[in-house]
Design a protein around this ligand. Structure first.
Ligand code: ZN
Length: 140
């Protein structure tokens, strides 16, 4: 029985202020071989987010458009500080992490599911951590 915890971090550079980026390959590379448990994919920022959905170009464009239209770009209190309240609000609505089951070193995702980084205040370099918490068996 193993009780160790493995964490890997990687960086991703984004190109636009608002963009959806498929990071499934980087997340898969961060999963230790033969690991079985729960992977937490966490973004260490307040104006970017992580979610799981379909990595289809038109859908990614649609999501960028929806996020842009849902939240006004100006008129927020935080804008007095650094002018990016809309970016924080978009990121908060999506969330900073995704929890994904892992079996034998592979993500146990559905056919059309990918791990997506949602950049809300780019272009920037973002740091993502992947922590795999092993499933503990009590059968001794
Ligand atoms: Zn800010």
């Amino acid at each position: 029985m193993q009780h160790s915890q493995a964490q890997t971090r990687f960086e991703i550079s984004t190109n636009n202020r608002l963009s959806v980026r498929d990071i499934t390959e980087q997340v898969c590379d961060a999963i230790p071989d033969e690991a079985t448990g729960i992977a937490t994919v966490f973004i260490e920022h307040t104006t970017a987010a992580v979610t799981v959905n379909e990595a289809e170009n038109r859908l990614q464009n649609d999501f960028e458009t929806a996020l842009d239209e849902l939240i006004d770009n100006t008129g927020w209190q935080h804008d007095e500080l650094d002018g990016n309240a809309d970016s924080h609000i978009r990121a908060m609505l999506i969330g900073a992490s995704a929890t994904i089951p892992v079996t034998d070193g592979r993500l146990t995702t559905g056919t059309w599911q990918s791990v997506l980084l949602i950049e809300c205040d780019g272009p920037r370099t973002r740091t993502v951590s992947v922590t795999v918490t092993p499933t503990v068996s009590n059968r001794n």
